[in-house]
Design a protein around this ligand. Sequence first.
Ligand SMILES: [Zn+2]
Length: 292
Amino acid sequence: MRPVQVRNGKEFGLRTSLPLPSCGCERNIIEQALEKFMFMSMAAPIVRLAGLCVALVVVPWFSARAAENTQDKCVRLIYLVSKDREERSDFRQAIEGAIQELQKWYGEQLKGATFRLHNPIVEVVHSSQPANWFYTHPNGSNRDDWGFNNTLAEAGRLLGARYNDPHFIWVLYSDGPGNKGRGGSGVTCLPEDDLLGLIGKHPTQKHPARWVYGLGHELGHAFGLPHPADIVRDKDALMWAGFYMEHPEKAYLTESDKAILLHSPFFFNAAGGNRSSKNQDPTPINSESLRE
Ligand SMILES: [Zn+2]
């Protein structure tokens, strides 16, 4: 036996001297194996680097696209629990049931086109504010808008909720006592009155459907719908007094409402198609257009 200097060992800066059999065939096999080993030694850091790139760049990119596909351009419902209140599962379940009924109702009105819901449908978020803060803390020149302004400010701080968000329509329920539900510019804020109404515990209006379709009305404002131009002809429209009827599910969207919604980036047909540009933002509406 004689020591053999492995050819590629030097090339890779590795000096290897092994006693090898004299048979050239076996030597070739071993040399090839060593060359492969040397190559792998060099390649391993590259493979690891490539793996790291996949982990850091490619996987998050695909995950973000997947999340965007399922969660973008949808309605997010937030149940804000005040710091001096307990979370109530009946409130959360009632909100979920209400929006599912409205999703179906809008779809029937628009021959299949409707809005998407976030997953989870209702997000429970704990506020650092006491319940009374929401509708009594001064915030704006119009006292009737304080509840809306405070609720949006708190959800903005906690979740990034904002006017005319291109990704989400925000529906913000708080358990703060009040009776000034408002909607407009991509946001709807609703007080404890509406939560009690949804579970049939409102002090004077006991029919939960009134509060389901009351949400439908404020949500309509968030989508950009105004009150009807002809309130005599359309007195029973959802966007006027239709949600006060004995059977509010018989309220309707006017042709004008339908035209607006069918061009909203938040409405999709059953196949997932959308008549608006996917990149179109909701029509900006200033805060003065907030409506009851
Ligand atoms: Zn209104």
